[in-house]
Ligand binder design. Structure first.
Ligand SMILES: [Fe+2]
Length: 403
């Protein structure tokens, strides 16, 4: 993502001008915004420094992550007390997750009308492609912070013309969907993988409150797990919300880069590792935290708190429009199919003992009892000697890359 330094002469061939190569139009655009660019494995989006951002006439920062991959990124938009953003439109898709504050969004519809809907913390909405929109802070007391996950890297790198991306009059009539989609209503549907697992899908543009949205059983990803996939604004970007019950954790799996995971509810942590690693990478879980599991890195989510834990994941490649073959395979069920069967999921019985050992230790500090004693011999695991809790992380030999 670095534009090379331009020089007048090519040292290897002094008579030939330096080639204009290795350009990253998204990175150039990001640099030109004049707001902080935070780059880390993940972020506490509520704590990131923001600065004035002329694009929105509000405040913001770019919340970049090492695992974001080539197509997706995130920025935080902050609207001051009683303030509003400048109306903006763009040719990249964007999902907004309200981190804090109360306000509303005005959308200019293809038919010339406008629509306004109100939201509060933990609401989620999509900006239909290239619709002009404006955010308002309706509170006289508190700022608004919104996490904006988008595919601007894809769009800006594809067209490398900012005027085309930000000042394009084209109207995408089919992206706004039904009027009720901005009222927090939607349509439920379901489809079944070849694996026999049924996935529920909710089509809308706006969800009032992710913490109370109805989820559906998805035991294939861990006992008691529940989930809903969203199709938002008929988009190519995907979102889903999953919940882990109290006293439990999900199975590890891996997939393509770019899934922006936001902790919505509850407390806990994620462990991440590559096949062959000897150490786990750990990332904390609480409201405001967001990270992106890097490409093909195993990741696993653990609930250590006294309540169910929910998270929101936003990525490129929706259930309707998977976009890349790896996402198509995810939509077909590869993400919840065992490694031993050629999938991407590490089953409980195949996992390294230090995963459950650590979780039991974490639960001892929170006082929450484990609900996983039927799967693991927890007494034996908690007494494992140190020499069984080190070395290369154990797992079945996988069937290799990109399945
Ligand atoms: Fe995942």
């Amino acid at each position: 993502m670095n534009t090379p330094i331009q020089t007048d002469a090519n040292p290897a061939a002094p008579d030939i001008p330096q080639s204009r190569v290795l350009v990253d139009p998204y990175a150039d655009w990001a640099q030109s915004q004049g707001i902080p660019i935070h780059l880390d494995f993940g972020h506490n989006l509520l704590a990131l420094e923001t600065q004035d951002w002329s694009l929105y006439e509000a405040r913001g920062c770019l919340a970049h992550t090492h695992g974001a991959g080539d197509f997706m990124a995130n920025y935080v938009l902050e609207v001051a007390v009683s303030a509003k953003t400048k109306p903006v439109r763009h040719l990249y898709e964007m999902f907004c997750y309200v981190l804090e504050g109360f306000g509303s969004t005005k959308i200019w519809l293809p038919n010339g009308q406008t629509k306004v809907f109100e939201w509060g913390p933990k609401a989620m909405f999509a900006i239909p492609l290239n619709c002009q929109y404006q955010l308002f802070n309706s509170s006289g007391l508190d700022r608004v912070r919104v996490s904006c996950t988008h595919d601007a890297p894809l769009t800006l790198n594809l067209y490398h013309d900012e005027d085309f991306v930000f000042n394009n009059p084209y109207v995408f009539k089919d992206r706004v969907g039904q009027a009720k989609y901005f009222d927090g209503e939607g349509d439920l549907s379901a489809y079944t993988h070849k694996t026999g697992v049924t996935r529920n899908v909710w089509e809308t543009n706006f969800v009032h409150d992710l913490t109370h949205f109805k989820l559906y059983e998805l035991e294939a990803r861990g006992k008691g797990s529940s989930n809903i996939s969203f199709i938002l604004a008929d988009g190519t970007m995907h979102a889903h919300v999953s919940q882990i019950p109290k006293g439990r954790y999900k199975k590890a799996h891996r997939h393509a880069a770019g899934t922006h995971v936001h902790a919505v509810d509850g407390t806990g942590y994620s462990l991440l590792w590559y096949e062959g690693d000897s150490q786990f990478k750990e990332f904390p879980w609480a409201h405001g935290f967001m990270y992106t599991p890097p490409y093909w890195m195993f990741h696993q989510h653990f609930n250590t708190g006294p309540q169910p834990a929910r998270y929101l994941a936003c990525s490129l490649g929706s259930r309707r429009y998977p976009f890349i073959s790896l996402r198509r395979k995810s939509a077909e069920g590869a993400g919840s199919k065992s490694l031993q069967d050629g999938g991407r999921q590490l089953e409980y019985e195949d996992q390294d003992p230090r995963i459950h050992y650590k979780w039991l230790q974490e639960l001892a500090t929170t006082g929450v009892p484990s609900e996983m004693g039927e799967i693991f011999d927890e007494k034996a695991i908690s007494k494992l000697p140190a020499n069984e809790l080190q070395g290369v992380i154990k797992m079945p030999k996988s069937s290799g890359l990109a399945v």
